[in-house]
Unconditional design. Structure first.
Length: 143
């Protein structure tokens, strides 16, 4: 799969999309994962605002990051990514269908390994239950 283009990262030519382009344009999955390892919460916001094709592409970098030990040191990323998934599910549900299976696996991983993230997510609204709900939603995308 080719790297996402500028229009795929920033389809609406807005400020948030331009920032996402500054951070991700031309980045491979390995380079994107390195961004998350370096400062996960800083780059997580880009996942909310980049275009759907770019989001689907960089999802694999998110998966690799979440499974890494680095994610244990950045539980706020887990909380914020739940909000990104909820937002995209509400406004772009069809765009998530091609990666629904990956999202089910990711949400299951977070809930099954909750002890890695729990302490840093206490300040956020019931993140564990939100991932359970997201897992169910991605399991039944047509429902």
């Amino acid at each position: 799969m080719p790297l996402p283009t500028r229009p795929e990262i920033n389809p609406y030519d807005d400020l948030d999309g331009r920032v996402a382009c500054e951070h991700f344009l031309g980045k491979s999955l390995e380079e994107a994962e390195a961004l998350f390892r370096d400062n996960a919460i800083h780059y997580e916001e880009d996942l909310m605002w980049m275009g759907p094709a770019a989001f689907r592409y960089y999802l694999q970098a998110v998966v690799q990051f979440v499974r890494s030990e680095s994610a244990s040191a950045s539980p706020e990323f887990i909380a914020h990514f739940a909000k990104t998934l909820e937002f995209r599910l509400e406004y772009e549900p069809r765009e998530l269908q091609p990666v629904a299976e990956q999202l089910v696996v990711l949400c299951r991983y977070v809930t099954e390994n909750w002890s890695r993230f729990e302490a840093g997510c206490e300040a956020y609204d019931n993140v564990h239950a939100r991932y359970e709900t997201l897992q169910q939603a991605f399991s039944c995308p047509e429902a």
